[in-house]
Design a protein around this ligand. Structure first.
Ligand code: ZN
Length: 346
């Protein structure tokens, strides 16, 4: 059995695709024969090393995968051999005050498969049954293996936390990335007027394909100025910012009075300069969001399985070329999801 793995934190040269122990399911786990497993920026951060997270090495990265059930633990009733399943990476304790209050993503011990514990970029993986979602027959493996993390993140952020409503204006930054392209599709589906930023004509037309009504090249234009111009100096109701340090102040500048700034990540850094005066005077809200509850995951993935939402596939690579996949993400080459498939499946 082969798995993508690394023996230490570092650059892409630490990534290997080597022998790894065959998974043995615990009573509440299911063994999945992986067909497709997407990369997320999280895999890059995990490889480089995250403050406060001590990994056991070798570490297998990966928070997204889909495949076929080959074995079930003694206590598993929800899945059977040959079922098609997708992984949802969030793990909660089930007993803390937030879990008991129905908010598993706020669990005091919340963690992700692949980030804090072994992940799913492997030929076979043992995954808790609670972390699996059924996939209908006929759904393409690359779609099934790449939708979960970004679509659940965007869905909870926009629909549950941001409470976007039809007719509102929503600006999505970095619209050609994983969460960005999901956010554009969801805001368009809800009936919002969608503004999107990206960094090239190709990525802008791709954002328009996903449902953006207006696109802004953030490298050629001050996007906050462009938003002011395009909204009659009003600003937008909602900004989706998963970029962080380089965009935060301009995100605040782009908001209308009473607007909401939604954040689920900070790929350029987590300690931006902010503008407190603007926040209180304009009565803005800053709303954080992480992953999604099982019910929210079911809601959004059912809309992926029926084709309403579509994870765009940038490239499909054999797992032995996982380092090349990391390079595509780090260099921001192209748009959409980079998907790994076990070499034995190709
Ligand atoms: Zn908990």
């Amino acid at each position: 059995m082969h798995a993508v793995q690394f023996e230490s934190h570092g650059d892409r040269d630490v990534i290997a695709y080597d022998e790894y122990p065959e998974p043995e399911p615990a009573a509440d786990e299911v063994v999945v024969d992986v067909e497709a497993a997407a990369l997320n920026h999280l895999d890059v951060w995990t490889r480089r090393g995250l403050p406060g997270i001590d990994l056991a090495f070798p570490h297998v990265p990966g928070s997204d995968a889909a495949g076929v059930v080959t074995e079930t633990g003694a206590d598993v009733e929800r899945f059977a051999v040959d079922d098609h399943v997708a992984v949802s990476a969030g793990v909660s304790c089930g007993t803390c005050e937030f879990c008991r209050d129905g908010e598993p993503t706020m669990c005091v011990d919340f963690h992700l498969l692949g980030e804090h514990v072994p992940g799913v970029h492997a030929e076979r993986v043992a995954v808790p049954a609670d972390n699996l979602v059924p996939v209908p027959d006929g759904v393409d493996w690359t779609v099934a293996g790449s939708a979960s993390l970004v679509f659940q993140t965007a869905w909870r952020m926009l629909v549950e936390r941001g409470e976007i409503r039809p007719g509102e204006s929503v600006l999505v930054l970095g619209a050609s990335g994983g969460v960005g392209h999901a956010a554009v599709q969801i805001a368009d589906y809800v009936g919002c007027e969608v503004f999107a930023t990206a960094s090239s004509d190709e990525k802008l037309s791709y954002a328009a394909d996903c449902g953006a009504d207006h696109t802004i090249d953030y490298e050629a234009t001050d996007f906050a100025e462009a938003i002011r111009e395009q909204t009659g100096h009003r600003g937008v109701d909602v900004v989706v910012d998963h970029v962080g340090a380089t965009t935060w102040r301009d995100s605040l500048r782009s908001l209308a009075k009473g607007g909401r700034l939604l954040t689920c990540g900070a790929t350029t850094g987590g300690n931006p300069e902010t503008d407190v005066n603007r926040i209180f005077w304009n009565q803005l809200q800053v709303i954080g969001s992480t992953m999604a509850s099982p019910g929210e995951v079911d809601d959004v993935l059912s809309l992926v399985w029926d084709g309403t939402f579509e994870p765009r596939i940038r490239e499909v690579l054999p797992m032995s070329e996982a380092a090349r996949g990391h390079e595509l993400l780090e260099n921001r080459e192209g748009f959409g999801k980079v998907v790994l498939r076990p070499d034995s499946e190709l």
